[in-house]
Design a protein around this ligand. Structure first.
Ligand SMILES: Nc1nc2c(c(=O)[nH]1)N[C@@H](CN(C=O)c1ccc(C(=O)N[C@@H](CCC(=O)O)C(=O)O)cc1)CN2
Ligand code: GAR
Length: 193
C-alpha cells in the first residue's frame, strides 16, 4: 500500500479534494494507495477537522515551538516517516522547507501553487497577477525542490482574469480548478512511485 501524507497549514480544501477523490475513486483498490495522515504546522488549521471527520489520522507539528527551521523540519520529518510515505503532498502548506528536508523527500514530494509558474512564485500571487494586468493566471502542480516554487512542473490549469476582477474572486475561481487538478495529478503520479 502506497501511503500518501498530506501537509496543510489552513483550511485544507485541496487536502479535502484529494481525500474525497481517494475515497470516491477507491484508490486503495484501484491505485494501491491511501491517504495515511494529514499533518499541519498549525493547531488551528481548519483542515484538521475535515481529516478527523473522514477517519484520517492527524498530527500537529507547530512550527512556533521550534527555534530554527532545521529543528522544525527534523520533527516534521519524524512525524512523516512514522507513516512510511510513498508520496508527500503539500496542500496549502505555508512553510518554506529547508534543503535537507527537501533532499530527504526528493522525487516523492509535490506542491500546488496558485499561479502559472514560473510566473509569480511566492506569496500573494492573485494580487500580483491582477496588478500586472495579466489576462490569465491559474494553478501549477510541481515537484518540490530547495528553490522555492521552481521544481519541475507536472501539470497546470489556466484561468482567465476578468475585467475588474478582485483578488478574492480570482482566488475562488482558481481554487475550484485546483480541486480538480491536484487529485488528477496525484492519481497519475502514483503508478510511477
Ligand atoms: N523548499 C521549498 N519549500 C516549499 C516550497 C518549495 O517549492 N520549496 N513550496 C511551498 C509552498 N508555497 C507556495 O506554493 C509557499 C509557502 C510558504 C511561503 C512563505 O513565504 N512562507 C513563510 C511563512 C508564511 C506564513 O507562515 O504565512 C515562511 O516560511 O517564512 C512561500 C511559498 C512550501 N514550501
Ligand atoms: N504557496 C502555497 C499556497 O499559496 N497554496 C495555496 O493556498 C490556498 C489554500 O489552500 P487550501 O484550501 O488547500 O488550504 C490554495 O489556493 C493553494 O494553492
Amino acid at each position: 500500500m502506497k501511503n500518501i501524507v498530506i501537509l496543510i497549514s489552513g483550511g485544507g480544501s485541496n487536502m479535502a479534494a484529494i481525500v474525497r477523490a481517494a475515497q470516491q475513486g477507491d484508490w486503495r483498490r484501484t491505485l494501491d494507495a491511501q491517504v495515511a495522515a494529514v499533518i499541519s504546522n498549525r493547531a488551528d488549521a481548519g483542515g484538521l477537522a475535515f481529516a478527523k471527520e473522514h477517519q484520517i489520522p492527524t498530527e500537529v507539528v507547530d512550527h512556533k515551538r521550534f527555534p530554527t527551521r532545521e529543528a522544525f523540519d527534523a520533527e516534521l520529518a519524524a512525524a512523516i516517516d512514522r507513516r512510511q510515505p510513498s508520496l508527500l503532498v503539500l496542500a496549502g502548506f505555508m512553510r518554506i522547507l529547508t534543503p535537507g528536508f527537501v533532499q530527504r523527500y526528493e522525487g516523492r514530494m509535490v506542491n500546488i501553487h496558485p499561479s502559472l509558474l514560473p510566473a509569480f512564485p511566492g506569496l500573494h500571487t492573485h494580487r500580483r497577477a491582477i496588478e500586472e494586468g495579466c489576462k490569465f493566471s491559474g494553478a501549477t502542480v510541481h515537484r518540490v525542490t530547495a528553490e522555492l516554487d521552481h521544481g519541475p512542473i507536472l501539470t497546470q490549469a489556466a484561468v482567465p482574469i476578468l475585467p475588474d476582477d478582485t483578488e478574492e474572486a480570482l482566488a475562488a475561481r482558481i481554487l475550484t480548478q485546483e480541486h480538480l487538478l491536484y487529485p488528477r495529478a496525484i492519481a497519475a503520479l502514483l503508478p510511477s512511485l
